[in-house]
Design a protein around this ligand. Structure first.
Ligand code: G3H
Ligand code: 13P
Ligand code: ZN
Length: 324
C-alpha cells in the first residue's frame, strides 16, 4: 500500500466516532515506534513532520524513513506537513511526495489566512495524486517553531467564521482552538485547580460548546485538535526519578480527548507525549546502567516507551484500533 492522503481515513473516522493519531517524527526510532505500535493495533496512522524536524533530520531522510515504514508494515500511512508557515514550504512538501499538508496562517488576519490557504489548496488539489490540506482558525498557546503564543494571548475559534472559511478556501480539514495548547506545560498552575487527594494540577475543561457549534455548522467535516498530549504522569515521574526536573507539567485529560474523538474530531496531534516517553526511557537507562555507552541500548529503551505510549493512545484515547 503506498502513502495515502487523509480523505478516506477521515470519512471513516467521522462515521465511526474515532480519531486518527497524528504523531510527530524526528528520527528513525520514533518512526519505528509509532508504526510498529499502529501495526500491532491494526490502526491507520498519520506521521507528521514539522519545519523543525525537516531542519533536524533533512526532508529526504524523513521521507525515506516513512516510505520504509510503509514497506515494513503495509499500513495506510499519511505523510503530513505539520504547521506549514507559508505557501513555499507546503509546495516543497507536495512536490517532495507528502500526501497531506497543513497551512497554518492562524496568527494572520482572517482575509490573509483565507488567501494563503486557498492558494495552497489550489496547488495541492491539482497535484496528482490529490494532496489533502489542513488549515487552522483560532490560535493555541504554546510554541510552534517560530511562533510563540503566551498563555492568555490565545484565541478560541469563532464558530461564526468557520463556514465562510471552509467555503472560500476549499480546505479538507480544519484545526480549531478549544483550549488545548502545545508543549508539556499546557496550562499555568493558576489556571488549574489542585486535586486534594493527589495534589496534582487539574486543568480547565476543553470548550466542547465551541466544538459542537463548529460541527453543527460544518456537518460531516473533519476537525483537528492540535496540542493534544496528556503529559502522562507515569513518564513525568520516571523522568523526575532519574535526574529530570519537570515541575507542574500538565496536559489535556485523556477522557476529554476520547470524547472529542467520538464527535467531529478526526485527527488528534501528539508530540510532547512521545518526547516524554523517549526521554523517560533514556534517562532510566542511563541511571540504571551508567557503564553503558552503546546508543542502541539507551535509545532502544526510549523507543520501547514511545511504542507503549502510542499503543495506549490508539486503544484508550483515539479508538482507531482494528479500523483497517
Ligand atoms: O506543534 C508543534 C510540534 O510539537 C512540533 O514541534 O516544531 O519543535 O518540531 P517542533
Ligand atoms: P503536543 O505538544 O500537545 O504534543 O501537540 C503537538 C502538536 O499539536 C503538533 O502539531
Ligand atoms: Zn500543532
Amino acid at each position: 500500500m503506498p502513502l495515502v492522503n487523509t480523505k478516506e481515513m477521515f470519512e471513516k473516522a467521522y462515521k465511526g466516532g474515532y480519531a486518527i493519531g497524528a504523531f510527530n517524527c524526528n528520527n528513525m526510532e520514533i518512526v519505528q515506534a509509532i508504526t510498529e505500535a499502529a501495526k500491532e493495533c491494526n490502526s491507520p496512522v498519520i506521521l507528521q513532520v514539522s519545519a523543525g524536524a525537516r531542519k533536524y533530520a533533512k526532508p529526504v531522510y524523513l521521507k525515506k524513513m516513512v516510505e520504509a515504514a510503509v514497506e515494513d508494515t503495509g499500513l495506510p500511512i499519511v505523510l503530513h506537513l505539520d504547521h506549514g508557515a507559508d505557501f513555499e514550504i507546503c509546495k516543497d512538501c507536495i512536490d517532495g511526495g507528502f500526501t497531506s499538508v497543513m497551512i497554518d496562517c492562524s496568527s494572520k488576519p482572517f482575509e490573509e489566512n483565507i488567501e494563503i490557504t486557498r492558494k495552497v489548496c489550489e496547488y495541492a488539489h491539482n497535484h496528482v495524486p490529490y494532496v489533502t490540506v489542513e488549515a487552522e482558525l483560532g490560535t493555541l498557546a504554546g510554541i510552534e517553531d517560530d511562533v510563540k503564543v503566551e498563555h492568555g494571548a490565545e484565541s478560541y475559534t469563532r464558530p461564526e467564521d468557520v463556514e465562510e472559511f471552509v467555503r472560500r478556501t476549499g480546505c479538507d480539514s480544519l484545526a480549531i482552538a478549544i483550549g488545548t495548547s502545545h508543549g508539556a506545560y499546557k496550562f499555568k498552575p493558576e489556571q488549574c485547580t489542585r486535586d486534594p487527594k493527589t495534589g496534582k494540577l487539574v486543568p480547565p475543561p476543553l470548550r466542547f460548546d465551541i466544538l459542537e457549534e463548529v460541527s453543527k455548522r460544518l456537518p460531516g467535516f473533519p476537525i483537528v485538535l492540535h496540542g493534544s498530549s496528556s503529559v502522562n504522569q507515569e513518564y513525568v515521574d520516571i523522568i523526575n526519578a532519574h535526574g529530570g526536573a519537570l515541575k507542574d507539567a500538565v496536559g489535556v485529560p485523556e477522557e476529554q480527548l476520547r470524547q472529542a474523538a467520538r464527535l467531529a474530531v478526526c485527527k488528534i496531534n501528539i508530540d510532547s507525549d512521545l518526547r516524554l516517553a523517549l526521554t523517560a526511557g533514556i534517562r532510566e537507562h542511563f541511571d540504571e546502567h551508567p557503564e553503558h555507552f552503546d546508543p542502541r541500548q539507551y535509545i532502544g529503551d526510549g523507543r520501547k516507551y514511545v511504542k507503549d505510549i502510542v499503543k495506549h493512545k490508539i486503544t484508550e484515547v483515539l479508538g482507531s484500533n482494528d479500523k483497517l
